[in-house]
Design a protein around this ligand. Structure first.
Ligand code: SAM
Length: 258
């Protein structure tokens, strides 16, 4: 194992928390998938010395708070799409504000049939993601630099994705204006939230409606080995998003839809 991995880790079972957490969802990780997660961890820690990617670098914390947390929406997504776990259809997923690759990279590792686009506004994050995608040898994966509210106005991105995810990117009323324009009609926006989720959700209901969304699930989720409660909001796009959205000039953030 590489030097970034703690010495007491068993090379035959290097990620026991991740493996056990996945098993609870009925997911068995192959040796290649385990290896890919180890590589994600190692690259994260290496790059984090130069580029501020994450405050969470402890080996066990990364398994729970990054890897398992990222995967926690997958059972809900598969249920909603009536797909097996992992899904078999080549659904196109865009992860907005992916940062160090969460939740997009763990989702792609366990569901390799997904087509993945990783999107981030920051050049350093994009450089990290590009080299990570190469190291992991991920198929059908692209990285794009840009802000969601700008790319969401371009034909190449607007309405193109079956699944749109975001974790820790913006409050929900802002976030839905970033995500729903990217989603195709019939597709799903998947938002990962912590303790303030219920309040944020109340404040985003109108925006969801205006942007053509329909709430299908607002679910508390228990991430294995994590005491705190998390929430997943699933919004289905049922109508086209009106042309004027997303708005420019930082308005989704400065003046969220009410
Ligand atoms: N999603 C990752 C995670 O959960 O670990 C990263 C979260 S980090 C707090 C927020 C990331 O979103 C940053 O990398 C930032 O550059 C990116 N970001 C914020 N607003 C964005 C926007 N409007 N369009 C694209 N990227 C954005």
């Amino acid at each position: 194992l590489p030097p970034e991995v703690p010495e007491d880790v068993d090379p035959a079972d290097p990620l026991p928390l991740l493996r056990e957490g996945c098993a609870r969802w009925g997911l068995t990780l192959s040796p290649r998938q385990i290896q890919q997660f180890v590589t994600h961890y190692v690259e994260l820690v290496r790059w984090n010395q130069r580029v501020n990617l994450t405050a969470i670098t402890d080996f066990e914390d990364v398994q729970v708070k990054h890897f398992l947390d990222s995967l926690a929406a997958l059972p809900l997504i598969c249920q909603e799409l009536e797909e097996p776990l992992p899904p078999t259809r080549p659904l196109h997923l865009v992860d907005v504000g992916s940062g160090a690759g969460f939740p997009g990279i763990p989702l792609k590792i366990v569901a390799p049939r997904l087509k993945l686009t990783l999107m981030d506004g920051t050049g350093k994050k994009v450089r990290f993601l590009e080299q990570l995608v190469a190291k992991l040898a991920l198929s059908n994966t692209q990285v794009v630099q840009g802000r969601a509210e700008e790319l969401g106005r371009q034909m190449a991105y607007r309405g193109q994705f079956d699944l749109v995810t975001a974790r820790a990117v913006a409050p929900l009323n802002t976030l839905v204006e970033y995500l729903l324009p990217l989603c195709r009609r019939g597709g799903l926006a998947i938002m990962y939230k912590g303790p303030g989720a219920a309040q944020e959700f109340m404040e985003a209901r109108r925006a969801i409606e205006i942007l053509g969304g329909d709430v299908v699930r607002f679910a508390p989720v228990q991430v294995p080995f994590l005491p705190e409660q998390r929430f997943i909001l699933l919004v289905k796009k049922v109508r086209h998003t009106p042309q004027q959205y997303p708005r420019g000039q930082g308005l989704p953030r400065k003046k969220p839809l009410t």
